[in-house]
Ligand binder design. Structure first.
Ligand SMILES: Cc1ncc(COP(=O)(O)O)c(C=O)c1O
Length: 487
């Protein structure tokens, strides 16, 4: 295929050249009505390129096939049979992918280290979750994706399960053995869905972990805005083989998706694909070298311990994305959250993620010598000044098995059940009716239907006292919990 073509961008350029006058949405009419104070901040071009797909990028009959051509080019670029763009982020794409494989009341294997969008899908879709627990790495206090044998065991216990959803890479760059899990799923003739929100760059360089389609997954969802170059909310479904019907996927996407897709998202997805096909190898090569330099330099700093390929080992991760600079800061006597807050306040450096033990910074094709220096200077300053940072009460991390809570009710039933709010001191033994997800990374510690324990409460309460945010809990202070009412 001709990857120099960019159907969406070309249609947008043509729309702007023709100067079409639109009497439909968006009401700002390509910026004619925009308040200059808004344009002053976000730029006029945002509005000029904000166009509907129908009677905008394409005509009413979609006779130019603008979007379908762009999607075909994306599929070709990454080695998928089909690709579909979504403008609603992977939070929605994950729900759609799950719905395309398992309907209400049907069983789906789910990796329990899931982003909250997966647990939300369990509630909204009404699927019965069969949890596959991740591998807890007690030394690092990290959950790595489950292994093929874990999946095989659960499929044997639940031969009526409709498929499996695997989350890889994790927020911390650790990856699953996708090929191994796909083989197990296919032995049972069920599809493997991969939530590869963090992996949009993986198809474009052989030095990166294997990406889902190459590793024989059936359906892969990526967020191109995370490690790639499209704007926020740009997500892509990739499909191969015949275990997931493209028709079911399209129709279920249509149930959930917007009818006013953003042309800005489509255009930047289209441009990213061209850029990666033409220059991806070279750009990612440079990014990989840069990440290695940063990791080596950070390892020299007192109190900082960057994670590297040593995490790829039996019982731990199957691969590691070297573009994730994940640094354990416990040696500084502070938490990752404190380090992240200090880096932003004192150095204007926003690291992407932080938890009790570490921070993470994503290096992408967009980094250059200047951003590399800014990051390293900031890490230097952090190591120098950490002794002066306030010592906060520590987060009491539970032993890994304590994070595997008993599921007493289906998440959907618990979420919609009559509820009451009980003080934390009286919540142990009660069934949660809400998601409780420290953010970031947004992986629920408690899902609806799970039985709350003292250890988990102690972890959450000590986390909040330390400064962890729990935005989805009814009471973000976790002084009270929303639980299923006793009848
Ligand atoms: C593993 C995983 N899946 C899905 C999502 C949701 O993606 P989006 O932000 O594109 O909606 C995230 C977001 O952080 C994520 O980490």
């Amino acid at each position: 295929m001709d990857h120099s073509r960019v159907p969406v961008l070309e249609a947008l350029r043509e729309f702007r050249r023709r100067g079409d006058v639109v009497f439909g949405p968006p009401g700002h009419k390509q910026g004619r009505g925009v308040d200059p104070r808004v344009a002053d901040v976000v730029g006029m071009d945002v509005f000029r390129s904000d166009v509907l797909s129908l009677n905008g990028l394409d005509d009413r009959r979609q006779s130019q096939g603008v979007l379908s051509q762009a999607q075909d080019l994306m599929a070709d670029a990454v080695g998928a049979d089909r690709a579909f763009f979504s403008t609603c982020g992977s939070s929605l794409s994950v729900k759609t992918a799950m719905l395309a494989v398992a309907g209400p009341g049907e069983k789906l294997l789910l990796s329990r280290n899931a982003h909250k969008s997966v647990i939300a899908a369990v509630v909204v879709n009404g699927v019965e979750p069969i949890w596959v627990h991740p591998k807890f790495d007690a030394e690092r206090h990290l959950a790595h994706p489950p292994e093929p044998d874990d999946v095989r065991r659960r499929l044997r216990e639940h031969p009526d399960a409709k498929g499996m959803l695997l989350i890889t890479p994790t927020d911390w760059g650790t990856c699953a053995d996708i090929a191994g899990v796909a083989r197990v799923c296919h032995e049972f003739d069920v599809p493997l869905i991969v939530d590869e929100a963090w992996g949009a760059h993986l198809p474009f360089h052989p030095g990166l972990p294997a990406w889902g389609m190459d590793a024989e997954a059936d359906l892969v969802v990526t967020s191109v805005h995370k490690m790639g170059g499209a704007i926020e909310q740009s997500s892509v479904f990739h499909l191969q083989y015949d275990r997931v019907s493209p028709e079911a996927l399209k129709q279920r996407e249509d149930l959930l998706g917007t009818t006013s897709a953003s042309s800005l998202v489509y255009a930047t997805l289209d441009g990213w694909r061209r850029q990666m096909v033409e220059q991806g190898h070279e750009l990612l090569d440079a990014a990989l070298r840069r990440a290695e330099r940063i990791r080596r330099a950070a390892a020299e700093l007192p109190g900082l311990a960057p994670m590297g390929q040593e995490v790829v080992d039996a019982g731990l991760a199957a691969a590691f994305d070297p573009l994730k600079i994940v640094i354990d800061v416990r040696g500084l006597g502070i938490s990752g959250m404190q380090a992240a807050e200090w880096l932003r306040a004192a150095r204007h450096v926003d690291v992407g993620g932080s938890d009790t033990c570490r921070i993470s910074a994503s290096v992408t094709h967009a980094d250059d010598d200047e951003t590399e220096k800014v990051l390293l200077d900031a890490l230097h300053a952090l190591a120098d000044e950490a002794d002066d940072l306030e010592r906060r009460p520590p987060v009491r991390l539970p032993a890994p098995p304590a994070l595997e809570l008993e599921q007493a009710m289906l998440p959907r039933e618990a979420f919609f059940a009559p509820v009451e709010h009980v003080p934390a001191e009286r919540a142990a033994g009660r069934i949660a009716a809400e998601l409780i997800s420290p953010y970031p990374p947004g992986v629920p510690v408690v899902a609806p239907g799970e039985v709350i324990t003292d250890e988990v409460l102690d972890y959450l309460r000590s986390g909040v006292e330390h400064g962890v945010l729990i935005p989805d809990a009814a009471d973000p202070s976790v002084r009270t919990l929303r639980v299923v009412a006793r009848t």
